[in-house]
Design a protein around this ligand. Structure first.
Ligand SMILES: C[S@@+](CC[C@H](N)C(=O)[O-])C[C@H]1O[C@@H](n2cnc3c(N)ncnc32)[C@H](O)[C@@H]1O
Length: 509
């Protein structure tokens, strides 16, 4: 078999098929997603989108009575979309002018991911009120961008009255790339021989020629990159560039792109061609993306870079068409504050620092929880300390009220997917320890709804009902605990105890 460019290798089709077949199970301990799917980053993006809408409004480029469409590429588990919709809703009701009404279009190549969104209880209100659409979209597709909405027809990018907001988190790194090595004035293309997983899978080099792609824009950026590298290797994100160009063309009314990805643009040049994925097709892989190269390519197409914050864990790129730089003053400022200064790098560092050293007091913890936008993962990571503070004997009424308010805000941010911690259960236990039995029961019910029947949950619900002075209900839950786990000694003990309490004349049995 002759050697072919990396972007043409079968490995990318295998990857796409893997995403399609695994669906949301891909995030069950396989792929990291917290950094791009938390309430804080969703707040950052929503702030930038809001300021973009305000800039458009000032420049007379917004039709306020028409919706602003937000198109998310490779939306995966759907958690980012959920947090974004919550944040943009809050901003809409608290700012004047707020953003116009948003229609959020979640897309992915994987039908099973989309089936998960349509089924997810947290997304139902948005699907029902028409602010959320689910559609299939292959970023690597050819020709016109056609959304395939799953729940209702009639979504055509060309008909949108306002500029389109495009969000691409950790998706460009799953699209085909090529690899080149530069030595003196010669550009060598890395060609792959063999199939992924086989012993012969490896690199062969060949001079790249003057116009490797036969495409003026792609070739120009390639040659420019080779000039900048001088001696070393680089990856060329062909799939990302072609995909974004297609979307840019479809967004005839203008576009703001917010892309977050594993970004190599701030790193030293690689000496040799990169390692090929060791997977035989049964495991995920990704190649980091050079977001500054993506930015240069889009700038050539008339979509200049607004801001770029490189980082290998999550670089961020904002690009906009249809506006002059001086019309984007608020957008630029919001990028600097929410993506740069207080962006995901701050979120990661602050969260880690508190998890490692612990919050000094409950008051500190409450402030940190608010600054991290009530992220349920923060509660999970600090639960031992919070449980100690939550004990009724050490909690003043004022602090108890503040803690309960914060827990309520955290509960509103829980978006459960298989394999993630059951934060409903964690919240329920805390409420129960604080003697807040009504919200504890609500959270236990939420936990049952997502993780299914559990003897411990039934048992705890029984204790809550006993605490609320409802022995019949308490016995009902205890009986369900024993049905599910006949060895549940505590539940058996409490059945006898509650029976005795309700009828002191009876003998314990
Ligand atoms: C690494 S995951 C990122 C998911 C999510 N955006 C996040 O930040 O966690 C990559 C996502 O892109 C999707 N994907 C892969 N290839 C794609 C393509 N060609 N077009 C659209 N989506 C694609 C996958 O199904 C998956 O949901």
């Amino acid at each position: 078999v002759s050697a072919i460019p990396l972007s043409a290798n079968q490995c990318w089709n295998s990857l796409r098929s893997l995403y399609a077949s695994r669906g949301v199970e891909a995030w069950n301990r396989h792929l990291p997603f917290h950094i791009t799917s938390n309430p804080h980053i969703a707040d950052s993006y929503a702030q930038v989108v809001t300021r973009f809408a305000q800039d458009l409004h000032r420049a007379g480029k917004l039709v306020p009575e028409e919706p602003l469409y937000v198109l998310e590429l490779g939306a995966g588990p759907g958690k980012f979309a959920f947090h974004f919709l919550r944040r943009i809703g809050e901003l809409r009701s608290s700012l004047n002018p707020g953003p116009p009404s948003v229609r959020y279009v979640m897309t992915d190549v994987s039908e099973s991911n989309a089936a998960h969104w349509l089924d997810h209880p947290r997304l139902q209100p948005y699907l029902d009120d028409g602010s959320l659409f689910a559609a299939l979209l292959d970023v690597q597709g050819e020709g016109l961008v056609r959304l395939a909405p799953l729940d209702r027809p009639g979504l055509q990018l060309e008909t949108f009255a306002n500029p389109l907001v495009v969000i691409a988190n950790y998706v460009l790194d799953s699209l085909p790339q090529d690899a080149f090595r530069v030595s003196g004035s010669t550009i060598w293309q890395g060609l792959t021989s063999g199939d992924m997983g086989s012993a012969t899978f490896g690199w062969v080099e060949e001079p790249a020629g003057r116009n490797p792609y036969g495409d003026a824009d792609l070739d120009a950026v390639l040659v420019e990159q080779a000039g900048a590298v001088a001696d070393g290797s680089f990856l060329f994100p062909l799939g990302a560039l072609r995909g974004l160009r297609r979307i840019l063309k479809a967004a005839t009314g203008g576009m703001l792109l917010l892309a977050g990805d594993l970004d190599v643009s701030g790193l030293d040049t690689m000496p040799g061609l990169p390692e090929l994925p060791a997977s035989d097709g049964s495991d995920f892989f990704y190649f980091p993306v050079d977001l500054s190269l993506v930015g240069r390519f889009l700038a050539r197409l008339g979509a200049p870079v607004v801001r770029h914050y490189p980082s290998l864990s999550l670089g961020l790129l904002a690009v906009a068409t249809g506006s002059q730089p001086d019309e984007l003053a608020e957008t630029i400022h919001a990028c600097d504050v929410f993506l740069g200064r207080n962006g995901p790098q701050w979120f990661g560092a602050a969260g880690r620092a508190i998890e490692e050293t612990g919050a000094a007091s409950l008051d500190h913890w409450l402030s940190a929880a608010a600054a991290l936008c009530f992220d349920p993962y923060f509660l999970e990571a600090t639960i031992a300390a919070v449980r100690a503070w939550a004990q009724p004997e050490s909690l003043s009424p004022r602090r108890r009220e503040r803690l309960a308010e914060t827990l309520e805000r955290i509960r509103a941010e829980v978006y459960w997917i298989p394999g993630s911690p059951d934060s409903y259960f964690t919240l329920a236990m805390l409420y129960q320890e604080m003697d807040c039995l009504d919200p504890a029961l609500v959270c236990y019910r939420d936990s049952l709804a997502v993780t299914g029947p559990s003897a411990d949950t039934f048992f705890n619900m029984g204790l809550c009902e006993r605490g609320r002075g409802r022995p019949e209900e308490a016995l009902g839950w205890m009986a369900r605990a024993v049905d599910l786990d006949p060895q549940h000694v505590l539940a058996r003990g409490w059945i006898a105890q509650i029976a005795l309490e309700s009828d002191p004349g009876s003998s314990p049995g």
